[in-house]
Design a protein around this ligand. Sequence first.
Ligand code: MG
Length: 252
Amino acid sequence: MRIGRFSYKEQVFTGNLSDDGKVYPLTGEIYRDIKTAPYGYPLEEVKVLAPCRPSKIVCVGLNYRDHAEELGLPVPDEPVLFLKPPTTVIGPGEAVVIPPQSKQVDFEGELAVVIRYRAKDITAEEAPYYILGYTPANDVTARDLQKKDGQWTRAKSFDTFCPLGPYIVTNVDPNNLTINTYLNGVLKQHVSTSSFIFNVYTLVSFISKVMTLLPGDVILTGTPAGVGTMLDGDKVEVEIENVGRLANPVIE
Ligand code: MG
């Protein structure tokens, strides 16, 4: 399934984009019963929003060896976690806004995990059951402020710093996907998630032993080497094999 959030006229709903090109609203409690309504809207007639509304976005720093090396940091022996507030989320096509406080706003193409069921103290073996699916994400980072502050809250938390979408794709193997990030059409990051230091199921288990994960919560699984700075007028795209392509303009 390709699950997203959409608006049609004044109405916002969660739906499944079917192969017939129509979006069928999901009925019942999100995401407990995934049943679709008998009617759909043509994709051209709806606006595609960010695919979920997380209570929190849990991010993993340094989950690829090559990115740790480019930052001159040691490879961690446990996942390093940080948070982005839900107010960072924007949907496909919405603009990333460079704040006046930063002179170096970087893209970080990442695989995002979306949680289906409330998860607390689960094992890696149990993790697939708790996961709804996967979507492309951009962990936008004010790199200069990250270095200056010595911790990451401000650098990671500006409004618009978490583009997500377009859809949450179910039924893919998250530990064997190719991620490509493009800046103005030029390939900047290229990696397979098979080179994760900590795989998706290990991460979900590890995080669930710290904090309760709720339906719609998002986990950003880390970025590979090749991060770079975005400027006013740029276009950044994160493309994940069998998951989708997330494109966002950048403005000052
Ligand atoms: Mg990141």
